[in-house]
Every structure is written in C-alpha cells, then in structure tokens.
Design a binder for this molecule. Sequence first.
Ligand SMILES: Cc1cc2nc3c(=O)[nH]c(=O)nc-3n(C[C@H](O)[C@H](O)[C@H](O)COP(=O)(O)O)c2cc1C
Length: 227
Amino acid sequence: MKKIISMLLISAFTVLGLVGCAEVSSDKETVNTPTTEISVAETSGVNDEIETSDIKDTVDESSDKKMLVIYFSATGTTKGIAEKIASVTGADLYEIKPKEPYTDEDLNYNDDGSRATKEQNNKDVRPEYEDIELDIENDYSTIFLGYPIWWGEEPRIIDTFVESYNFDGKTIIPFCTSGSSSIEKSSSNISEKNGTGNWLSGNRFSGSATDDEIKNWLTGLKLLAKD
Ligand SMILES: Cc1cc2nc3c(=O)[nH]c(=O)nc-3n(C[C@H](O)[C@H](O)[C@H](O)COP(=O)(O)O)c2cc1C
C-alpha cells in the first residue's frame, strides 16, 4: 500500500508541480525560483484512506456569532485572505507568529535540507510561536484558521497551535492558500490532532480570491446573509 501511495504522490508531483508553479507565479507570491518545478504533493488520489466523516459542511446555526480569524502566513498570501474574511465577517483578526521567523532560505522547497522541508518531513516537529494574547477558549465561538499548504499539508506550526487548545463547543473553519493543492488532507489532519469541537471541511483559496468568492463561501456556511 505504501508503494502505491508513493507512486501516486510522485505522479501528482510531476503533473501538478507545473500547475502549482504557474499559479504561484501568476499570483506574484513570494516563492522561490519559479523556473524550477515545485514539488507539489496534491492530495486527491491519496485521500481515500482519510476519515472525514466527522467533518461537516455548514456552521451549526445555534452557535453564537463571536468570530476570530487566526492565521499563519509565511509570505503574505494567507494573510491577505485572512484580512478579507475578517473584513466581511467583522471577526477579530490575529496572526500566529513563529518565534523563529521563516527566511526565504527556510522556505526553499527545492532544497531538501531547507527548514520548511525538513519540518514537513518530520510529523513530530512542533515549531513554537509567540504568545497569543487572546483568550481563544473563552471569548470565541467560531474560529477561522488559516495557513499555507506546505508539501500537501498544514505547516507544522499549525499542529503546534491545534494541539494547544480545547475547542469544545466551538466551530472551527480551516482555510488555506496554495499553488494548487487542496485543503482536505490538512483539514483532516488538524481536526484529528485537535480532537475537540465541530470542524468544518474548510476551503482553499488562491492568492487572488475576490471578496465575492469569499462572501459566497461564507453565505454557503450560513455565516453571511444572502443579499
Ligand atoms: C515549503 C513550501 C512548500 C509548499 N508546498 C506546496 C504544496 O505542496 N502544494 C501547493 O499547492 N503549494 C505549495 N506551496 C506554495 C504555498 O502553499 C503558497 O505559495 C501559499 O499561498 C503561500 O502562503 P503564504 O504566503 O501565506 O505563506 C509551498 C510553499 C512552500 C514555501
């Protein structure tokens, strides 16, 4: 089975690497050397084994509406989407800041030895972040959690975050940005790692997502009224 998954990943690498690269480049995201193929681990095809039955599609209408948008963004793309979500929902906005910020070198996915690649290859790494000056567990009922996709998954610093909180009674809505990879593998990973609360399946945005795209998504979640 491992061999089959490896083969699927390698094919996805080859095919989607180019797509991811084109989109990264057209979005003017700060990603290294667009002339080299990005090794994108697209998740479709290997997702069949992931248990997603606990993930729902809409917000429980009975939840009250105090909202937080909290995100990690290494090069600003997820930050842009987080700002838009906060602006259309009126939610509070907060950035998860790594204690050791990521340099361009750290983010070089063409380098097997770069910090980000090494972290993604080790599922046990938990990068630290600066203290979060919010009382997330007591003050919010709906939490949007944003991050970039790294090697098909959530950055390990997001694992640090989700393992630090009890989200009982809350709705958590993941969102991500990426060159092309979908959100499913990461949202499944982090809902499992957290193990509390009501996790929605989440949404992937490109860096160029418009306010209307974001509004339509929120309307579908019953978080915004239809015009
Ligand atoms: C280390 C690293 C790995 C990445 N892996 C993927 C990937 O597997 N799939 C993908 O579509 N994009 C991948 N990307 C591209 C980012 O997901 C994309 O540029 C994202 O929008 C960056 O968000 P940020 O600016 O908020 O950090 C990767 C980028 C980096 C730096």
